[in-house]
Design a protein around this ligand. Sequence first.
Ligand code: FE
Length: 206
Amino acid sequence: MNFNALYKISYGLFVATSNYEGKDNGCITNTAIQITSVPNRISLTLNKLNLTHDMIKNTALFNLSVLTEKISFDLIKRFGFSSGNDIDKLENFDNIKRTKNGLVYITESTNAFISGKVFDSVDLDTHTMFFADITDCNVLSDEPSLTYDYYFKNIKPKQPASESKSGKAVWRCKICGYIYEGEELPADFICPICKHPASDFEKIYI
Ligand code: FE
């Protein structure tokens, strides 16, 4: 099997935000989709290692900011490559507004927001899939939505060449660029930056 086939699915990219006990947080996700139209419902699947996951679990509320192709890599890094357990991702970041549910959404490089209220969820071991009713939503611009494919081709900085006859072997996360030093990557390894599994790493020589 070639699991690169999964990269051919035309995912969007979003910032999922929530708030728990006065603290705002958000994370980048590609796993939000509309699931029914009458009533309008969406699903959102988040890794349990994300603080936003725990906030949604506790409050049943989230916002989705639909990102556009104009996004900067810095915005991806702010919400995707660090943990809200370690830093305040909203610190010194003014490009937000609040929806009726009290949660923030991102106004920078965002063409729509959607507010969700969770009515059910499924435990998927590493992740939780939340099912939500849409309580509010609006279109903010006509900029094209960002896809996972567009992000890899146009937003993510190009990595140095991965093939060399000499040099030390390391493992590089294909999602965020994190380097694991070692000849063999443990099968259960999780990227400490973006939380993707060992299958998203490639062996390179530096
Ligand atoms: Fe990573």
